[in-house]
Design a protein. Structure first.
Length: 319
């Protein structure tokens, strides 16, 4: 099924290229090109929806199970995200491969033995420095290339580990499903993204940050913020009683409102990376969505707030 979706996604990209060429050389009148673009957007949306329908149930099942199921999912997904990051910021496959191996090892330690995470990060950083010292390449850019890949430890490995620890934090929260907190992070980030997309598409007029993301609007930002928080309230009252009902209004507001700000910032940060290196998507493993990084960029930033709230701020507020 995924192969079919990837074929549809490829066809959608080919049509987009053809539309641009037709528009530039004047082969179609303006109304024709506008119609073709509308059809392209619709076809891309269909691929995105179908891709989500195929992949999401399996992902949610593994998240729900936790343990080694979750560890395997996040380790494989994290390795893919690390490779996507490396291929965007570096054109050297050898150094990219070394980085992915070391960063995946750091990720595994951070998830399974978090108390040893700092040691793993230190060892990996030293090994990366040794690798680039012995294989300098162009001396004028050696340290820049090392630094670009080195940031991937923090941007990808630490954030994937934060998502994993957020799931594990649910095991020690009474009155809630163990996966509640990671579900909330996923729901608020994906809900924000979806609501922002449609709000921006139908009502968007005022550009938010065109230098980095030309399509984002303030109307989309507002729609995403309201939609994300509204989804959390809906789940509290509509989901099975042992899943979200024990959430307090404070929990929803303390996660939902800050997430409304950091979720689009996560998307903007990845957009900045892609625009810097002239990449349309971080990858192509998810038809209609791009790569793993394209799908979890906002969730990274949401988890970075939700984890300290769940593990530090919430226990303090509850005395």
């Amino acid at each position: 099924m995924l192969l079919v979706l990837r074929a549809l996604d490829f066809g959608s990209r080919s049509r987009r290229t053809a539309f641009c060429v037709a528009d530039r050389v004047g082969l179609c009148p303006t109304p024709c090109v506008g119609t073709l673009r509308a059809l392209h957007r619709m076809s891309n949306l269909v691929v995105r929806v179908l891709s989500t329908v195929v992949a999401l149930p399996g992902v949610l099942y593994l998240v729900h199970q936790g343990g080694w199921y979750l560890f395997s999912l996040f380790l494989v997904g994290g390795a893919v995200a690390l490779w996507e990051y490396a291929t965007v910021v570096s054109d050297d496959k050898t150094s990219s491969s070394v980085f992915v191996v070391l960063a995946s090892m750091v990720l595994a330690v951070l998830m399974q033995w978090p108390q040893h995470g700092l040691i793993a990060l230190q060892v990996a950083a030293v090994l990366m420095a040794i690798f680039f010292t012995l294989r300098t390449g162009d001396m004028t850019s050696t340290w820049k290339r090392l630094s670009l890949l080195g940031f991937g430890f923090m941007y990808v490995s630490l954030n994937v580990a934060a998502m994993f620890r957020l799931r594990e934090a649910g095991n020690s929260t009474s009155g809630l499903l163990p996966a509640t907190w990671i579900y909330l992070a996923l729901i608020v980030s994906w809900g924000n993204d979806t609501c922002a997309y449609f709000a921006g598409r139908f009502f968007g007029k005022h550009k938010m940050y065109p230098k980095v993301s030309p399509k984002k609007t303030w109307e989309g930002f507002a729609g995403g913020a309201v939609g994300g928080v509204a989804l959390m309230f809906a789940l509290k009252y509509a989901a099975p009683s042992d899943w979200f009902s024990a959430l307090t209004v404070t929990d929803i507001l303390m996660i939902g409102i800050p997430s409304a700000a950091v979720s689009p910032l996560g998307d903007l940060a990845e957009s900045l990376m892609k625009r810097t290196f002239d990449a349309k998507d971080a990858g192509g493993i998810l038809p209609g969505h791009g790569g793993v990084l394209d799908r979890v960029d906002s969730t990274f930033f949401v988890a970075a707030w939700a984890l300290p709230y769940v593990t530090i701020i919430r226990p303090w507020l509850n005395g």
